[in-house]
Design a protein. Structure first.
Length: 503
């Protein structure tokens, strides 16, 4: 399902072979350009002394829910995000994993992660699992909700988690869950033993005292109107699995080893902001390889990467997603790209390490077609083969970012859109459903970032997903919108509007 009513996500009926023909002529190694060096092409690093811009964006804080199993973390997650179940689509990679979500309270915004959902199947003891859960919260979150069970009371496992959290240097709120009434409040005093000042009882299932919890953290959350930023800066997030070459690409752009890189996955430090100016355009490259490779969490680098990516997507205008061409598309790639698609950000696919792919032209076509098939939900994204090692086509990243950002911000006039709509309706009229036929009266673009279109009709229940797909694909055929998802929804015209009034 989509965030937008009546919206059907991007067409999954993508002809991968046709796309491969388009790309292979330019990007097949041996047919395309020679290796390109980036140094000296007008890309200048803004040095830390004097020129380095101040990062003034208001970041949305991440709330991590920590606690032992069966204390009600998932119910609290659902209440914070206003959801009941994970939102799942048939297309691989477009599932919004229920461990990640967005929330609002009194016009303040935040992200939420349920750390319990990260734990893989393991033979480790329960104590080690809980300790790693707490370490994840310390590493990534700005606010920690430590959930305990008010019916069971304080147990040793709670004390072990608290020991780790006390060294976090971040605000920790103990939430005593499953307290459904005043009679059960008597026992919450023992949880002050854990050494945290903020202890609040609640019932995540029934919502009791949930408002009191939110009032505790409200001063730490930004308001919607505080999320404004300098729109002259083009923000590019470099996403991908560990060791796909994100830091190496940025280093190639800079012409120096500014970012820590290694053949070992996950060696980059925390997310690094790199400011670059090229031909008068300022770029902020956000390298999200950044996981500290701690011994106790070494096998969980990919789970960390998802959290890093989730935070970086919100900051970005355009996401450059790197795929290791020697490995191909993985479930992790689909997962993070699915998050990016649902967040409505611009997407560019970079197939890195192409210098190592010794393939014939037919093999290259088949390879690229397979990539497109596996990532059909973002078939609108331009794809380019690159090599951080040799510099192959790396210099084109700047122009691609500018091109996609222009589409991200593009707005179609109402008159132009309705001329398009009239032609589309004549070309393919809606089919009748029972005794009623769908009538689409007019459309307008109601938002950018991403481009969002609303079409007013007689009854939105008559809109079949295939007709939504037809309209969306026709918009792409007519107006382009390369690299950005399109959000489309239909709205029934109300009685007042039938009488010539606006809603």
């Amino acid at each position: 399902m989509s965030q937008f009513p009546g919206h059907d996500d991007e067409d999954d009926s993508f002809d991968g072979g046709e796309a491969a023909d388009d790309y292979v002529a330019e990007f097949y190694d041996g047919i395309g350009d020679d290796d390109e060096e980036v140094e000296g092409e007008g890309a200048d690093l803004l040095e830390e002394e004097g020129e380095f811009p101040e990062e003034t964006d208001t970041l949305i804080p991440l709330i991590a829910i920590v606690g032992r199993p069966n204390v009600g973390k998932s119910r609290l997650f659902n209440r914070l995000t206003g959801t009941r179940f994970a939102i799942v689509e048939d297309m691989p990679g477009v599932t919004r994993d229920r461990q990640y979500g967005d929330g609002t309270w009194d016009d303040h915004v935040f992200h939420v992660v349920d750390t319990g959902g990260f734990e893989p199947e393991t033979d480790d003891s329960m104590l080690k699992l809980m300790r790693r859960q707490a370490e994840l919260a310390i590493e990534e979150a700005q606010i920690i909700f430590f959930v305990v069970d008010g019916q069971v009371g304080l147990v040793n496992a709670d004390r072990e988690i608290a020991t780790v959290l006390r060294h976090a240097g971040k605000p920790v709120f103990i939430l005593v869950n499953k307290v459904d009434g005043p009679r059960q409040e008597v026992g919450i005093g023992e949880f002050y033993e854990l050494g945290f000042a903020n202890v609040q009882d609640l019932s995540a299932e029934h919502g009791r005292n949930f408002d009191m919890v939110m009032e505790l953290v409200l001063p730490m959350l930004p308001r919607q109107d505080q999320l404004k930023r300098d729109e002259t800066v083009l923000r590019v997030a470099m996403l991908g699995r560990p060791n796909a070459g994100k830091s190496s690409i940025v280093n190639r752009i800079l012409g120096e080893e500014r970012l820590l890189t290694s053949d070992v996955a996950g060696t980059t430090r925390d997310s690094i902001n790199t400011w670059i100016e090229r031909d008068g355009q300022r770029f902020l490259f956000i390298d999200t390889a950044g996981i500290r490779r701690k011994r106790s969490i070494s096998h969980r680098v990919e789970q960390y990467a998802v959290v890093q990516s989730f935070k970086a997507i919100d900051r970005a205008d355009v996401v450059f997603y790197l795929i290791d061409a020697t490995v191909g598309v993985t479930a992790q790639d689909q997962r993070i790209l699915g998050l990016t698609h649902e967040k409505g950000r611009g997407i560019v696919l970079l197939l890195n390490k192409w210098d190592m792919m010794k393939m014939s032209e037919p093999e290259a076509r088949a390879y690229l077609a397979n990539v497109r098939e596996l990532l059909a939900f973002c078939n609108y994204a331009p794809m380019m083969t690159v090599s951080a090692k040799t510099g192959l086509r790396v210099s084109r990243i700047f122009d691609l970012a500018i091109r996609v950002r222009e589409q991200f911000d593009r707005r179609i006039s109402t008159s132009e859109l309705n001329r398009f709509l009239e032609e589309s309706l004549l070309k393919n009229p809606p089919k009748s459903t029972g005794l009623k036929r769908l009538k689409v009266f007019y459309g307008s673009q109601v938002a950018t970032r991403p481009p969002t279109f609303m079409f007013v009709c007689n009854d939105d229940r008559l809109v079949h997903f295939s007709y939504q797909r037809y309209i969306r694909n026709s918009i792409r055929d007519t107006f382009g919108f390369e690299g950005v998802p399109l959000k489309i929804f239909f709205r029934s015209r109300g009685k007042k509007e039938d009488e010539g009034k606006t809603e």
